[in-house]
Design a protein around this ligand. Structure first.
Ligand code: ZN
Length: 159
């Protein structure tokens, strides 16, 4: 499995618990100030689940070069340290919802994944119930079709 690198948002969402081991940087750890997240983070840190790196100055500079290419000035020092770590650790997978970070990672050819912390509405699957006999659609589960008495099955609304 690729090494999982997490940015600040990931820790704020408690995502470190979803993986056996995660990698991050000192700058990211310092950005986690919310007390609940901090507590979780400290626990994960003391259990050795999180590997904290300080990227080399040369990696920071290499990351800055990529940032300059995308002409994005919204990236913080913590963001750049995540990019630098990704350069050092490859192969890795960076978990981030930050579009600016994703743009640079794409340029670097490093894999990333959106964590969708809050969850998008489009991701919630909608279901309906449909009669296998006559095709009548029910919004709620019914034991059998009230029209033809056939079995009513659950279907995803989309597709
Ligand atoms: Zn029916």
């Amino acid at each position: 499995m690729d090494k999982i690198i997490m940015d600040t948002a990931g820790f704020l969402a408690g995502l470190e618990n979803a993986f056996p081991k995660v990698y991050t940087t000192e700058e990211v750890i310092q950005e986690v100030k919310d007390s609940f997240s901090r507590q979780n983070l400290n626990m994960a840190l003391s259990s050795g689940k999180i590997s904290v790196f300080k990227p080399k100055q040369s990696s920071m500079q290499e990351a800055m070069e990529y940032v300059r290419q995308v002409r994005d000035s919204t990236l913080s020092k913590a963001d750049i340290s995540v990019l630098a770590l990704a350069l050092e650790l490859r192969p890795c997978l960076v978990l981030t919802d930050d579009f600016s970070l994703q743009n640079v990672l794409r340029l670097m050819g490093i894999e990333y994944k959106s964590v969708k912390v809050k969850g998008s509405v489009n991701d919630v699957k909608e279901f309906q119930y449909i009669c296998e006999g006559c095709g009548k659609i029910y919004k709620h589960k019914v034991p059998e079709c009230e029209i033809c008495g056939s079995t009513v099955v659950k279907r995803s609304k989309k597709g």
